[in-house]
Design a binder for this molecule. Structure first.
Ligand SMILES: C[S@@+](CC[C@H](N)C(=O)[O-])C[C@H]1O[C@@H](n2cnc3c(N)ncnc32)[C@H](O)[C@@H]1O
Length: 337
């Protein structure tokens, strides 16, 4: 295991400034994150899966977050023989769940851009070196130059609700390169609805809402489902499954966020929230700011779907890619001669 806090892959000024920006989305400098932390975010930082069959889970944010990870895990069907990489693992709970699901013999590595996440993950869930998950700092878009990812040569890669932060074509290409032949990549991410993608890019959508949400959550753009599948194919990945979880993730979250903010609009509601968690003892101005941020996020989410993809590094595609690379090399040699 690499020492927590050590950076591999993309270790340059660019990466450090990106890490600084991403870090701001997940600490107390963000009012939105403060609210979510008060609601139970921490070991997991995802929106959660609200199943109608499990209504009592709705009462606990950590429970619905765990339910989301379980759903994602089941798409990859982890086995003891797997070598699993959890890309953008946050504070490591998803990686730990992968290790539990796969069984004792599986090798499981969690990777995250933020050293503070990797330290927390190692401390909370790290194994003893011979069993259990290990955690490394790294950039998802540079997996193919990351010593731990290369050494692991994963048969299964997960990336849960994080790819919106990074350059998706670069990530998909890097993931395809480190996956062993026949290996699978399970990605869960936001996607613009088709009409919204065109409107956002033409500047026709409610830009203030989108821009505000972008700066809170540090993303450039989403991809539509069709664009995702095209990017995956270009990276040499076959699309095996696509699941639309918008209802169970987005609709429920919109309702929960909207209700919380309705409560916060009255002085009594704010006082109650302040008693529930010290992070929610905010000034009137902070509540007003948070109200605006939530309003922008809810507006933005209207145009977004929540999709789970299962891609596969097929042997046929790998051979094709190797052949193309060989042909390119040959051509270059000819040109140089
Ligand atoms: C919304 S959280 C999801 C965390 C975790 N997958 C979960 O479900 O709890 C997004 C994570 O992406 C990580 N991240 C952002 N950009 C990254 C990059 N370029 N490489 C690796 N991790 C990155 C952040 O540090 C953060 O932990």
């Amino acid at each position: 295991m690499n020492k927590a806090g050590q950076h591999h892959g993309g270790a340059n000024g660019n990466c450090t400034s990106r890490a600084k920006a991403v870090s701001g989305a997940y600490n107390s400098s963000s009012l939105m994150y403060k609210m979510l932390r008060a609601a139970g975010w921490g070991p997991l930082t995802n929106l959660g899966f609200y199943s109608l069959l499990q209504p009592f889970q709705w009462l606990s944010v950590p429970a619905v977050q765990t339910a989301l990870v379980r759903r994602v895990l089941s798409l990859g069907r982890p086995q003891a023989s797997d070598r699993i990489l959890d890309v953008a693992c946050g504070r490591g709970k998803s990686t730990y769940m992968m290790a539990c699901a796969a069984g004792n013999d599986a090798r499981v590595v969690g990777l995250d851009l933020l050293p503070q996440n990797v330290s927390a993950a190692s401390w909370l869930y790290g194994g003893d070196g011979s069993s259990g998950p290990s955690y490394v700092v790294g950039d998802a878009t540079a997996l193919d130059s990351h010593p731990a990812a290369l050494e692991l040569s994963p048969t299964l890669i997960y990336c849960i609700e994080a790819a919106f932060h990074f350059d998706r074509p670069a990530f998909l290409a890097a993931a395809a390169r480190v996956l062993s032949p026949g290996g699978r990549l399970v990605v869960v991410d936001f996607a613009w609805r088709e009409a919204a993608a065109a409107a956002v890019r033409a500047g026709d959508l409610d830009l203030k809402a989108v821009q505000t949400t972008r700066s809170v959550w540090q993303f450039e753009d989403f991809s539509t489902e069709a664009e995702y599948c095209q990017m995956a194919a270009a990276a040499g990945l076959a699309v095996r499954e696509v699941h639309d979880w918008t209802g169970a993730v987005m609709t429920a979250n919109k309702w929960v966020l909207g209700t919380a903010m309705k409560l916060a609009r009255s002085a009594t509601g704010r006082a109650v929230l302040g008693l529930v968690h010290p992070d929610l003892k905010l000034t009137q101005q902070e509540w007003a700011e948070l109200d605006q941020l939530v309003h922008c996020q809810l507006t933005c989410l209207e145009h977004v779907r929540y999709i789970a993809y299962v891609f596969e590094r097929s042997q046929q595609q790998q051979q094709q890619q190797e052949q193309e690379e060989e042909e390119e090399e040959e051509e270059e040699k000819h040109r140089a001669a």
